[in-house]
Design a protein around this ligand. Structure first.
Ligand SMILES: [Zn+2]
Ligand SMILES: [Zn+2]
Length: 340
């Protein structure tokens, strides 16, 4: 079967490999669609993702959906032919975080397409991937594989909203209108935010947000616009851009008593007006991957509460993965999905 291995920065090479062996808790999935994520791009462009440096060539990709082709010991619950979305998380299930329901914080976590564990854990830019049976979520016939693949980033957005302790009735600013920011906006809108605003540098990304969920859009490089839009107060800022100026804006524009959720990966050290946290009694929350929200995301898609199709701006075949990565890195794309 075909697979793509990352050997270093901008060095993604196809290979023909044997189908994987299954362990007792796994099934075999023929991958049908995989979204390209910001973390895939970090690995592709720099050969690493922040502190995570792969110790050997490995397979990227973690936002996937496909079809069961070998059910292993799960022929009853996941028979061959079942269409599934695949949760990329492989937590240890034994540590205190796993037991307490916060498996996203598991120190032994292995995650498709991530070098956070050593050796790196191969992902889904391959035709056949082993998957935990418990991580395979059957999808309805009328849900296409492309949207199902985006359940993983949707779960990331749901986790951020969970960490915010609810959004209903709140005035919310989402910093960053990339895929995660757009998903956060759709979720925040669905769960009843009173007013929703978005900031970004790219007019096309802002236009997509105002077309689908945002009441107001702000060019991040025009501070006057922000002051105008946020003058009535902001109860919640979800920082999804990873840009230090955006995190500073979050501290500055969040109203007294408000909450900031840091979802984007920032540089290791950032200068911030930290006394605003004290003087405004701000609540700061981090949000990392997700735990126990995948099924919630699937419900939203199944009931057509959220439509992910407008986010998918480009599609590529697996053999054109390099072109897909280059497009995903360009400012005109929101979400690139690879079809197999
Ligand atoms: Zn992702
Ligand atoms: Zn654990």
């Amino acid at each position: 079967m075909h697979a793509f291995y990352l050997h270093g920065a901008k060095d993604l090479r196809p290979a023909d490999i044997d189908p994987p062996e299954l362990s007792a808790d796994q099934v075999l999935v023929r991958i049908c669609a995989t979204g390209i994520c910001g973390s895939d791009l970090h690995y592709y462009e720099h050969g690493r993702n922040g502190d995570f440096v792969p110790a050997r060539p490995f397979i990227l990709g973690h936002e996937s959906a496909g079809e069961i082709v070998d059910a292993g010991a799960f022929a009853d619950s996941l028979p061959v032919g079942t269409r599934v979305a695949v949760d990329p998380a492989h937590p240890c299930k034994a540590c205190t975080y796993c037991v307490d329901g916060r498996y996203n914080l598991c120190p032994q976590m292995r995650y498709y397409g991530s070098a956070a564990s050593t050796p790196p854990f191969d992902g889904t830019f391959r035709q056949l991937a082993p998957a935990l049976a418990a991580g395979c979520h059957p999808i309805p016939d009328d849900l296409d594989y492309r949207q199902a693949a985006l359940l993983e980033p949707l779960a990331v957005a749901l986790q951020a909203v969970k960490r915010a302790d609810g959004v209903a009735g709140k005035r919310v600013l989402v910093c960053g209108a990339g895929p995660i920011g757009q998903l956060v906006g759709l979720v925040v809108r669905h769960y009843g935010a009173a007013r929703t605003f978005v900031s970004d540098l790219r007019p096309s990304a802002l236009a997509l947000a105002t077309d689908t969920w945002a009441d107001g859009a702000v060019r991040a490089d025009e501070p006057g616009q922000l002051a105008q839009v946020t003058s009535a107060g902001i109860d919640l800022v979800i920082e999804a851009s990873g840009a230090p100026p955006a995190l500073r804006v979050a501290y500055e524009c969040c109203s007294p008593g408000g909450t900031i959720v840091q979802l984007g990966t920032q540089p290791a050290e950032v200068s911030l007006p930290v006394n605003l946290v004290m003087a405004k009694e701000l609540t700061l929350r981090g949000s990392f991957r997700f735990a126990h929200v995948f099924a919630q995301g699937l419900d939203l898609l199944t009931q057509q509460r959220i439509d992910l199709r407008p986010l998918i701006t480009h599609r590529f075949a697996l053999d054109d993965l390099v072109a897909g990565m280059e497009t995903a890195a360009s400012p005109d794309s929101i979400k690139v999905v690879v079809d197999y």
